[in-house]
Ligand binder design. Structure first.
Ligand code: F6P
Length: 551
């Protein structure tokens, strides 16, 4: 990436006011675009047409078009793991699957889709039941990271589409308290369990799965049933999505209940695969297919649209502009929709686990920074918390606002206020309030000159914070699919520009290794290679640990 070109372009932008860019009347037309499900207003970004055109040139110079083709065609772009990156194929028509994956694999993928669809139908019809023959009332999905966030974000986003006869729960955290809280609500006879783990070795998932297994097998009803063969309970009520078939089988899960995870689909991009089973159980097959359709439409937009009108490319380049040219280190994701409350957490993983790197694909140290720190919360809650800092600290925090024109609730006025707040925040972040404006307001309200000079500095707002506003008409499975795919592609484009491998995550390994060593230290194995701080923390734990159970 031509970082020199980028930084020299940024010189004027750094001292420019975004508001002044609106002197150009057509700005809103020139700085907005639509796809079949989403509208993006990026006119509140601190960028001109000329600068954006130069950014697009930079994207072209690094061979973005070729990289997009390589990804969609299945080249092994995940170079450190020697894998293709083909989550897009999972939402494409069968003919595309055949073309990209070849006949045999395409048939396997179709079979897995079929398997998901049949499980959903059989649960709905009551053909698949718990071991006592009762219909399932609950689904408990166990997984973490990419085997969790996609399900979690889509479950809450599409709660209005859910099958009311079935409640779907997700558990990720290894904190036993979280598990206890979930299990208290569940009936072991009518709970279907899905363990999602590509490796089937992830510590948190395996511990949770074992604990749930024990809970199920030691329930009062199982004891009363005097069943001779307890394994049949697991065989009947448990499913797994994994690529480690042997480990799943030795856990006791029926091999007919194992669904595949492909090595060419990364965990954080896997909701389109059988990982989506808990979601499909919640919203039904048609809606699950509509989610994939929405994503496919975004794929087609991304693949075929000129970069100047290409939503993921534009969003990616604006992100690069903010990160590397204007040097803003964070990105706030603020969905003004309770249903999208899990989106900031989901995007933290997809963005930061993908692009939070500092060496190029060939292992060279990069001379630019990569992924921003992503955070956020549903609006308006964030306004009454961290947005104070966004308005008045010296840090500029670029923001993505996400909002639906139509709400889902009967409380029409609430929705209007929600949307008004969303639009108002982007305006306030851009406009700010100068000292002179504050003074004039205070004077008008009757303050004395002495009070005005004391109070005015506290009431000024820096403004000039850039934002995108993403608008959808209604949050539907198709829109949600498009939204997730939009961010997937945006992150991919940024990875290409930053020249990182967006599809590995070696950074999480060291913590896992040290976790194992600390656990041994907690079991009494002395480890002098740990720092004095960690050894003393372990000693403190050993001296005072009393894990209490409220059960
Ligand atoms: O956090 C690291 C990670 O490897 C993620 O990439 C992955 O999604 C998650 O752990 C869970 O892994 P698995 O699906 O193998 O349990």
């Amino acid at each position: 990436m031509n970082i020199q070109k980028l930084t020299s372009l940024a010189k004027t932008a750094k001292t420019r006011s975004i508001v002044s860019l609106f002197d150009k009347k057509e700005r809103i037309n020139d700085f907005s675009l639509s796809t079949s499900h989403l509208y993006l207003d990026y006119s509140k970004q601190n960028i001109t047409e000329i600068e954006l055109a130069q950014l697009i040139d930079i994207a072209q110079e690094v061979g973005l078009s070729e990289s997009i083709t390589k990804q969609f065609d299945g080249d092994k772009i995940n170079s450190t793991e020697g894998r293709s990156v083909l989550h897009t194929v999972l939402r494409a028509p069968q003919s595309v699957k055949q073309q990209i994956l070849g006949e045999t694999l395409a048939v396997e993928v179709e079979a897995a889709e079929q398997q998901v669809a049949e499980i959903v139908e059989d649960v709905q019809k009551g053909v698949l039941t718990g071991y006592t023959g009762q219909r399932f009332t609950d689904v408990l999905a166990i997984g973490i990271g990419g085997s969790y966030y996609g399900v979690k974000v889509s479950l809450s986003a599409l709660e209005h589409y859910r099958d009311l006869a079935l409640s779907v729960h997700v558990i990720a955290n290894v904190d036993g308290g979280a598990l206890e809280e979930k299990l208290k609500k569940l009936n072991s006879e009518t709970t279907l369990v899905v363990v999602i783990s590509k490796t089937f070795t992830t510590q948190e998932t395996m511990l949770n799965a074992k604990a749930v297994k024990q809970w199920m097998l030691s329930s009062e009803s199982v004891e009363n049933s005097k069943l001779n063969n307890l394994s049949q309970i697991i065989e009947k009520q448990w499913f797994a999505v994994s690529s480690n078939i042997e480990a799943v089988k030795s856990f006791g899960i029926n091999d007919k209940h194992i669904l595949p995870m492909w090595d060419w689909v990364g965990g954080r991009f896997s909701i389109w695969s059988a990982v989506g089973l808990p979601l499909a159980l919640a919203i039904g097959n048609d809606n699950f297919n509509k989610l994939k359709q929405g994503a496919y439409e975004m794929d087609m937009h991304f693949k075929t649209t000129d970069f100047k009108q290409n939503m993921p490319v534009i969003m990616a380049m604006l992100g690069i502009w903010n990160r590397n040219a204007l040097e803003y280190p964070t990105l706030a994701i603020l969905p003004y929709a309770h249903s999208l409350r899990a989106l900031p957490g989901y995007l933290q993983q997809t963005d930061m686990e993908s692009n939070g790197k500092s060496v190029s694909k060939s292992g060279d140290k990069l001379s630019w920074l990569t992924a921003p720190v992503v955070f956020g919360q549903e609006g308006t809650n964030g306004q009454h918390a961290f947005m104070q800092l966004m308005h008045q600290s010296d840090d500029i925090i670029p923001t993505d606002f996400i909002v639906a024109i139509k709400g889902r609730s009967q409380y029409i006025e609430n929705h209007k206020v929600l949307v008004a707040n969303c639009f108002a925040q982007s305006e306030a972040l851009m406009q700010g309030k100068t000292l002179a404006q504050v003074k004039a307001e205070l004077l008008e309200s009757g303050y004395t000159l002495k009070e005005i000079s004391r109070l005015a500095p506290h009431k000024t707002m820096k403004g000039n914070t850039p934002s995108n506003t993403l608008v959808m008409e209604l949050l539907t499975p198709e829109t949600m699919g498009a939204l997730l795919a939009l961010y997937e592609h945006k992150i991919f484009v940024q990875g290409v520009l930053w020249q990182v491998n967006s599809f590995d995550q070696w950074g999480v390994e060291l913590g896992k290794q040290l976790g194992t060593r600390i656990l041994s230290a907690m079991d009494g194995v002395k480890d002098d290679s740990l720092s004095a701080s960690s050894q003393s923390l372990v000693a403190k734990f050993l001296a005072r640990s009393t894990v209490t159970s409220s059960a």
